[in-house]
Design a protein around this ligand. Structure first.
Ligand SMILES: Cc1ncc(COP(=O)(O)O)c(C=O)c1O
Length: 503
């Protein structure tokens, strides 16, 4: 039987249950630096400090679980996307970076994004209301969604937002009707599905898209060979009869609609530029077809979000400069080949801006060493470390099998490390926060654990499962913390039950 621990000092042997990428810990600092916000370090007592505030102080002031967001890290990442993409596309085109608010949105964060020169993307009436409340100028807001209600479209028109990203023909018609009734013209982008799916290092290209978003570039079976205008199908226009072509043709005719450009979003957690480049080429070919059919050169092209981040040591994201350089070269070349001006470019990173800026703090509770049959036939042990949150504050493990890492944050200890699984307190065996991590064997009840890279899609996907109240979100900067979203109270949560009376 193996004891499940990795030796300190000597060359650590791999635990039979550990994934091949997981390094047994000796000095944790190097690994932590790659995953934690740039302004995180350990103080003389070994406590993790983020934005100048140590984790015990944060936990004492705000409780746990606690989402901690480094303002400086968020701002630096926002700036680096804006600067990298603007530089890469200059002088031919200007770039707008839309922060994808679905990753995490609060009024303060919306304000940081705008102060760093970004626009803000929203995906519902609620996100739109929050962006407006955060002072984002309406012209810097985009509205997404595959099933926008009339009320959401109306809200966008009333606010005068910069763009509505239309997802269907049905929606285009409704935008037109509502805009005409309001005596305005809606700035519209069309979301297309270019048949490129990307994730991490690979992409796949398919003709057909089996998903709910956007308008396909592939002609529907039995589609007519002329469009609504009678534009003939020629070999130069492979899009006739496609939902995308039908919608674009219609958008160019509809009153109350100002078709500004095309949009595509090809996936998430993408490290390599090849998928973005292929999608961009396809959209530019479509732009060229619109140009030759209707003489219209649409002025904007949105290449979506999905830029990858490091959740664990296995992830090696590229710097925005590298993605931007590759993409700009491809876009410029494709436009030159089609004799088009390079359109104004936009991108929509969410996770890559707010993800690494966030850390979740948990208190350690119960620990168990569980005997497990390893794939190599041996019996080994895995340590289960239960914390005071779980799938209600981080659903990504359950939803996407997502991997995370973690560090003992309240003190530095030397000695052996045990292969550990950090689990939550929900009545669900899949309630796993960190699947595999080496934690010091000395990790004890009431220690604080920090799970890095939880700024994106954790609070925004949080729930009240098992009637746990949702944690607070605090920003740290210059040695002070500020509550962005306060902890939910039990009264707020249970008070929605009409028979509940606080006892
Ligand atoms: C249309 C669109 N844009 C941007 C994003 C942001 O993606 P990420 O946070 O991975 O950058 C998403 C995420 O699903 C999206 O659907």
């Amino acid at each position: 039987m193996q004891d499940g621990s990795a030796q300190h000092g000597s060359a650590p042997r791999a635990h039979p249950l550990a994934p091949s990428w997981l390094t047994a810990r000796r000095d944790t600092d190097d690994l932590e630096a790659a995953l934690l916000p740039a302004d995180a370090h350990r103080d003389a007592e070994g406590r993790l400090v983020i934005g100048g505030v140590d984790v015990e102080t944060l936990a004492a002031q705000h409780g746990t679980p606690l989402y901690v967001l480094s303002e400086a890290d968020f701002r630096a990442r926002a700036r680096s996307f804006r600067e990298a993409f603007s530089a890469a596309f200059a002088p031919e085109a200007e770039v707008d970076v839309f922060y994808a608010g679905k990753a995490f949105l609060s009024t303060h964060v919306a304000g940081w994004a705008v102060q760093e020169g970004l626009c803000v993307d929203t995906a519902s009436g609620g996100e739109l209301a929050l962006a407006l409340a955060g002072g984002v100028p309406p012209e810097k807001i985009g509205l997404h969604g595959n099933n926008k209600s009339d009320a959401e479209i109306q809200r966008a028109l009333d606010a005068g937002i910069g763009r509505i990203i239309a997802d269907s023909l049905d929606e285009l018609e409704r935008i037109s009707r509502l805009a005409v009734a309001a005596g305005t013209r809606a700035p519209v982008m069309l979301r297309l599905t270019p048949g490129v799916h990307a994730s991490t290092h690979e992409y796949i290209a398919t003709a057909h898209e089996d998903q709910k978003f956007g308008l396909s570039l592939t002609p529907s079976a039995g589609a007519p060979s002329t469009d609504a205008d009678g534009t003939p199908s020629t070999p130069a226009n492979p899009y006739l009869g496609s939902p995308a072509w039908t919608a674009a043709s219609r958008a160019l005719q509809l009153p109350g609609v100002e078709l500004r450009g095309l949009h595509a979003h090809i996936g998430s957690q993408i490290f390599e530029p090849a998928g973005f480049e292929l999608a961009a080429q396809k959209l530019i070919t479509f732009l060229a077809s619109l140009h030759s059919a209707y003489g219209v050169e649409l002025p904007e092209l949105d290449l979506g979000g999905g830029h990858g981040i490091a959740y664990t040591e296995a992830d090696t994201p590229r710097h925005p400069e590298s993605i931007a350089a590759a993409l700009a070269a491809t876009v410029k070349q494709a436009c030159a080949e089609h004799a088009l001006r390079v359109p104004r470019i936009s991108i929509e990173p969410g996770r890559a801006i707010v993800g690494p800026a966030g850390v979740t703090l948990y208190r350690v509770g119960v620990q168990k060493d569980v005997q497990v049959d390893a794939p190599d036939g041996s019996t080994t042990s895995r340590r289960y470390v239960a914390v005071d949150g779980g799938m209600s504050d981080n659903a990504r493990g359950v939803l996407y099998d997502a991997d995370y890492s973690a560090v003992l944050a309240s003190r530095r200890v030397t000695g052996d490390h045990a292969l550990s699984r950090i689990v939550g307190k929900h009545c669900e065996s899949g309630d796993i926060v960190v699947r595999n991590v080496y934690l010091p064997t000395a990790t004890a009840r009431d220690d604080l654990l920090a799970v890095p890279a939880t700024g994106a899609y954790c609070h925004s996907l949080s729930s009240n499962y098992n009637y746990l109240t949702r944690p607070a979100v605090v920003a740290v900067a210059d040695g002070a913390s500020q509550v962005l979203i306060r902890r939910e109270t039990e009264q707020e949560m249970l008070g929605r039950d009409t028979g509940f009376a606080a006892g």
